[in-house]
Design a protein around this ligand. Structure first.
Ligand code: OXD
Ligand code: MN
Length: 597
């Protein structure tokens, strides 16, 4: 069969034809971004059972999708950086040579789209035409992917017009193939601006604009072009006089990043009249502007959020957001065609259809005696940011927003205080490079075990992390007005394992101090690890912690930090001579300060 595909862009035409000859679809359909095409695709996905229509009165425009049982999360062990030289992928990435990677994937992709349609999705990460933005084109044989990409990115003819005759784009090829975990590969070729994903249908593996392009490929491009692609939320805090300051924040998974990005101010701070504006909950792209400050956009246009635990206490704004035009994946279906998950609002339903499509009743157990969950712990919703009651009005602004502070967060039962501030940019880069979090049920590994996750980018950096640290240091030197850097820990616990800090909306009390520091409104206490707040500088109106809890939250145990240094050393050593000398300097300076006390 001869494939014909024509746009103005010859490189695109040629590539689509080549990939068609490999995957052998029955037809090629260009996604134009128009509503009637989307409606037709929804209809087709409904008729083949790929999605189910939810209650049109209670959840208008919403659908449910169930994935294969072993295709419910990112598969890091099947994710590779395929640079020519192994060294360029670095010690923290899986590496495969481009030749081997292309050859292996080709075997799985050959004829994989037989009897299927290949959809061609032109998409823009970032507002069309912004100097931040990057164009990608995803080829996929999954309508589910098309529908999700239309929520998560800007899709269609306008993108093609932007691409014009000869603009560059990231070549993204996806086939669900047989959805076989043994024939699954998520491959990144930074030097070819190419991504190949085969054998999966899970968002993080197949919505190629997200982790694959906006973090792995973009981090590589960012280094080459002098900007940063980061695993960070982006939020604005508006004061009563209308002035808005923006904070970017990096947290490993299951640390409440999405909830923080759209928090509701706590009752005790209501009198101050703060309003929160969400720009993004997962990814920030940051550039130095002509004012010497760091400006950021969220390249995405949707949230791909975790359902379990989302309720009107943890995240009221998200509860509102997902009431319409939302695609749910692997949640429980209730008899009235609405959805439920563990930790949702309201009563536990008396029955439903679980994420695997089986009849479910509360308390049911599997053969091993474990309680069967209605929704998968990593069940998700894909929903437009525009639905969010606190969506920032600057989402479409080509210049993005100015970043006053960057916060790095982690989950540490002990050691890290509630908040501390770096002495300067270089020290901040050290703090971020050494950051670590305890594993939760969301990751494979022993619960509670500490994993180093620099800048929360461990699974997402598209090149050698030693070079990534160097790039961060270089960016600092180029900024006349760099953001201040902070570290936060909402998860410090007492001896019995109870959290000392209530978290959620109350976290605004910490962010308030962060912004006061940025605006030089507050002094701080100098400690060996950085600046911490004077107790009286945190506004605790309306919040009653147990006596001594705040002191404990800000306590710094020098002995424990000296132990921590040993683990940091082990982590840094794997980068060998590549690790920037500045990070060893910071390491030694910290050791000296800890020993001097
Ligand atoms: C995500 C992740 O889905 O970080 O955002 O895994
Ligand atoms: Mn993420």
């Amino acid at each position: 069969m001869e494939y014909s595909f024509h746009t103005e862009n010859q490189k695109l035409n040629q590539w689509v034809r080549q990939m068609s000859l490999l995957c052998r679809p029955k037809e090629i359909v260009l996604i134009d971004g128009e509503v009637h095409q989307r409606k037709a695709l929804e209809k087709e996905a409904l008729s083949c059972g790929e999605i189910t229509q939810l209650n049109p009165e209670k959840l208008p425009g919403c659908f449910l999708h169930r994935s294969a049982k072993d295709d419910v999360a990112r598969t890091e062990h099947l994710t590779f950086i395929c640079s020519k030289k192994k060294h360029d992928a670095g010690p923290t990435n899986n590496w495969m040579s481009p030749e081997t990677a292309y050859a292996r994937a080709r075997k799985f992709l050959k004829g994989a789209m037989k009897d299927r349609t290949m959809y061609v999705i032109p998409f823009s990460m970032g507002p069309l035409g912004s100097p931040f933005s990057k164009i990608g084109v995803e080829l996929t044989d999954s309508i589910y992917v098309v529908l999700n990409m239309q929520v998560m990115t800007r899709v269609g003819d306008a993108v093609l017009r932007q691409l014009g005759k000869d603009a560059e784009f990231t070549k993204c090829l996806h086939s669900k193939s047989q959805l076989d975990i043994n024939k699954r590969l998520i491959l990144h070729f930074p030097e070819d601006n190419t991504i190949w994903s085969v054998g999966s249908g899970y968002g993080g593996n197949v919505l190629l604009g997200k982790k694959c392009l906006s973090l792995r490929i973009a981090s590589y491009l960012g280094r080459r072009e002098g900007w940063l692609a980061e695993h960070m939320l982006l939020m604005g805090i508006e004061e009563p006089d209308g002035h808005i300051e923006y904070i970017a924040g990096a947290f490993p998974s299951a640390c409440g990043k999405t909830n923080l990005a759209m928090l509701i101010p706590p009752a005790g701070l209501k009198r101050k009249g703060y309003r929160i504006w969400t720009v993004g909950d997962d990814i920030s792209w940051m550039r130095i502007d002509s004012d010497g400050a760091l400006w950021a956009i969220n390249p995405e246009s949707g949230f791909f959020g975790v359902a379990p635990g989302t309720n009107s206490k943890t995240n009221p704004n998200m509860v509102e957001t997902i009431k319409k035009n939302t695609i749910y994946t692997n949640v429980l279906l209730k008899p009235d065609k609405t959805v439920w998950w563990e930790g949702a609002d309201g009563e536990v339903p008396s029955q439903g259809i679980d994420w695997q499509g089986h009849l479910w009743k509360p308390g049911m157990k599997d053969a091993e005696g474990n309680v069967i969950k209605g929704a998968h712990p990593n069940s998700r919703f894909t929903t437009p940011i525009a639905n969010c009651p606190c969506a920032s009005f600057r989402l479409e602004q080509h210049h993005g927003v100015p970043v006053s502070a960057i916060i790095f967060g982690a989950r540490r039962a002990h050691l890290a205080p509630l908040v501390y501030e770096a002495f300067n940019w270089q020290h901040g880069v050290f703090i971020a490079a050494a950051m670590a979090s305890e594993l939760t049920a969301a990751q494979v590994g022993k619960i509670g075990q500490v994993r180093r996750d620099p800048m929360a980018m461990l699974p997402f950096c598209g090149y050698n992390m030693a070079d990534y640290f160097r790039h961060w240091l270089e960016m600092g030197k180029k900024m006349a007005r760099p953001p201040r850097i902070f570290h936060v820990n909402w998860f410090r616990s007492d001896e019995s394992g109870n959290f000392l800090w209530p978290g959620y909306g109350e976290n605004l009390r910490v962010l308030e101090w962060v912004l006061d520091r940025c605006n030089k409104k507050k002094e701080a206490l100098k400690t060996p690890i950085g600046f911490i707040p004077n107790l009286s500088d945190l506004d605790m109106t309306g919040l009653h912690l147990r006596s001594g809890a705040l002191e404990k939250l800000l306590e710094i145990d020098n002995k424990a930090w000296l132990e921590e240094l040993k683990s940091i050393k082990g982590f840094f050593k794997q980068f060998d001579k590549g690790l920037p000398a500045e990070l060893w300097q910071e390491y030694e300076a910290l050791e000296e300060r800890l020993k001097a006390e």
